[in-house]
Design a protein around this ligand. Structure first.
Ligand code: FMN
Length: 392
């Protein structure tokens, strides 16, 4: 399917965002502790080529900021990437599709950071075969073996790595995004495997807003999914410094609720409670403030394709950064748990005019992201130190 056909086919769009935004007490922001966000200063005085590259790669976007990667540097001139099985999101992402998209983002930044140093990257995905769909059957096989070569090329998008953010809040409703801007953004994906599409057409945007919002409301009502997310909350400086991952909250409301036992992280907030109302408001506001949608689609849903989606997506987020645009995945409608099935179907119908995939050979909408010009800067999210993921 060529891109123009694809865009036309999609015409309208739908999707939703999950997680971080929908969390209690996200409305105001107090800075994250400097130590937790030191990754965003870059590798500093580090001189080792591979470690410098890893220092950039850890800033990759990834679901719930779980940073589920392990990097093995024991083989000379090779970087072997593994998925950390302890950091999966089995409820919201039951086949680790999104987790592996995050690995694609990591690989893309790694390759760019090597290229920036004049070093090439020969990326061999799944050198011991793809991980199976069922998480229970996962073993410790590598996601990728990246061999350093001569002749690395610089990529202009690399200039934006340390400024890239997932902008979730405050899109300027008075500032439309042009169809040309969408075209530029889509072209930046630079993939022959991943199909990109987008819309700023009013009816199509609204259709996808509706799907995204409603899927968000489903997501916040499925107890095991909500409890999984609550378990990834890091509230206040001490927790954020201790974990440097997950959904970090520093604002007063979250700290107050936590301190005084008003937020039980092991229980779903009661319907109509302040936390529940905030989650509802988050989905309603975020979807309403969406000025356009873009999506990434693959002709099948193999592990290799998921990795390529990540590579394409982070390229688009880097381009969005350059363009001053927010690019925010709203993934709820694409989550593969049974309670979401009707929105999973609706999202596929709206975006590709086809049913939701039944097998790994069916066309799959991998990501749905809202776009808009942000009204306020987005703070950098915490990252774990390089040393915590490297095996050397
Ligand atoms: C596959 C994938 C799905 C994501 N889905 C969502 C989402 O539904 N809602 C959201 O707010 N962020 C989503 N994100 C963004 C992550 O939450 C974000 O990358 C992470 O919290 C780190 O923040 P940063 O990108 O600003 O560094 C997603 C990212 C990836 C790679």
């Amino acid at each position: 399917m060529d891109r123009r056909n694809f865009v036309r086919l999609v015409g309208g769009g739908v999707i939703t965002a999950v997680t971080v935004g929908a969390l209690p007490g996200c409305a105001s922001f107090t800075a994250f502790p400097a130590q937790a966000v030191e990754a965003w200063n870059g590798p500093g005085a580090e001189t080792d080529v591979r470690r410098r590259a890893v220092a950039f790669a850890i800033t990759a976007p990834n679901p719930h900021n779980m940073q589920p990667w392990i990097v093995d540097l024991r083989e000379r001139d090779v970087i072997t990437l593994y998925c950390d099985k302890e950091r999966l999101l089995a409820e919201s992402d039951p086949y680790a599709r999104q987790i592996l998209i995050g690995h694609g983002c990591f690989i893309e930044l790694l390759a760019q950071a090597l290229g920036e140093q004049g070093v090439g990257a020969r990326v061999k995905l799944w050198p011991q075969g793809e991980l199976p769909m069922q998480l229970t059957a996962w073993d410790q096989r590598p996601v990728a073996r990246i061999e350093l070569t001569t002749g690395g090329q610089r990529d202009p998008l690399f200039a934006h790595v340390l400024n890239r953010r997932t902008a979730r809040w405050g899109y300027d409703m008075a500032r439309p995004v042009s169809a040309d801007a969408v075209k530029t953004l889509l072209a930046s994906a630079g993939s022959t495997i991943v199909m990109t599409g987008g819309t700023v057409e009013a009816a199509a945007v609204q259709r996808l807003r509706d799907i995204a919002r409603e899927a968000g409301l489903v997501d916040k009502a499925v107890p095991r999914v909500v409890i999984e997310t609550l378990g990834k909350l890091r509230i206040g400086s001490a927790e954020i410094i201790a974990h440097r991952d997950g959904v970090a909250l520093t604002n007063f409301l979250a700290r107050f609720a936590d301190t005084f036992g008003l937020l039980d992280r092991k229980a779903v907030p009661a319907l109509g409670s302040p936390a529940d109302r905030q989650m509802t408001e988050m989905y309603v506001t975020t979807s309403a403030e969406t000025m356009g949608w873009v999506w990434l689609v693959t002709d099948g849903n193999q592990r290799t394709q998921q990795i390529h989606v990540g590579r394409a997506f982070v390229r688009m987020q880097l381009k969005a950064t350059e363009m001053g645009l927010g690019l925010h995945p709203m993934s709820q409608a694409l989550q593969e748990y049974p309670e979401m099935a009707s929105y999973f179907e609706a999202a596929h119908q709206a975006v590709i005019g086809k049913p939701a995939p039944r097998t790994a050979s069916d066309t799959t909408v991998q990501m749905l992201c809202r776009i808009g010009y942000t009204t306020e800067p987005t703070p950098a999210a915490p990252r774990r130190p390089v040393a915590s993921i490297v095996r050397a």
